[in-house]
Write a protein that binds this ligand. Sequence first.
Ligand SMILES: Nc1ncnc2c1ncn2[C@@H]1O[C@H](COP(=O)(O)OP(=O)(O)OP(=O)(O)O)[C@@H](O)[C@H]1O
Ligand SMILES: [Mg+2]
Length: 293
Amino acid sequence: MSKSKKQSYESNQDVQRWLRDQAEEHESAEVMFDPSFLASRRDSEWILSSLAVFYQQELISDVISEVSSGKEATVYCCIAHPSTGAEYLAAKVYRPRMFRSLKNDAVYRTGRTQRDVDGRVARDRRQGRSAKKPSRQARAARVSSWIAFEFETQQLLHQSGANVPRPVAHIGNAVLMEYIGDGPDPACLLHEADLTPPEAQSLFDCLIRNIELFLACDRIHGDLSAYNILYRPAEVTVIDFAQAVDPRANPEVFPLLERDVARICRYFARYGVAADPGALAADIWTRYMMDEL
Ligand SMILES: Nc1ncnc2c1ncn2[C@@H]1O[C@H](COP(=O)(O)OP(=O)(O)OP(=O)(O)O)[C@@H](O)[C@H]1O
Ligand SMILES: [Mg+2]
């Protein structure tokens, strides 16, 4: 994202209002929580208002670096509070959904449960309609629903033994999870890795097993590629479940599974891993439908 866009996003009136609301809500935490990393940052108020609650709840004790700043979220490396049993934690802080374009939103939304601003499942017709109307409240409901679903998905998949970062907490527009890296250095993306053919075959097999495991949990990643997989020697970790869907809520999502499988096959083909993506996706889907995964 260009610098000028970032500046205009932060001077946006809605963003300013959001910041004020957050600051009022967590005033006491802000006084105590003062990471040195934030001192010179123009977005420090925003980050602070998003992460202060994790500090208050004794999940993190400092924020030390920015790992990545993308279109929809920024990921920070935090020092974990000793009570978490971890040394570092990753905090993914979303720009609220109401402030960003809803790219290809409809297909994903139909595969999801809509939630109200407090995370309750929206059941009645008025709430269902409000999710389609871009009113202020509906947009806020979508922010809450979207991030809660990502967190829940990661919990579900982690519990089932999938290779995903252990989710730790979710508050407002921020998610705290296991930090994948070597000390404070983040793991590289699979896209940047240089693999030997035998390692490639074993990581490919692992990722296909993960796709099956996701589906056994009624989830399709929906944006799986070498850009959403972290790599450490002989190990892959799938991240970014922001676009995950539940096929039970929308059976028309097979093309998303096909695309996930095809991207993995295409990536590993350069290392000589042979696979027929169409047949593989169809086989996984058939076994899912037959309850045989
Ligand atoms: N648990 C983690 N441990 C270490 N690094 C992480 C972790 N989660 C995310 N990252 C880093 O942050 C980047 C962005 O994370 P993610 O893909 O979840 O967000 P995003 O909204 O898709 O951002 P982008 O628009 O940059 O893709 C990742 O590419 C990775 O480099
Ligand atoms: Mg991503």
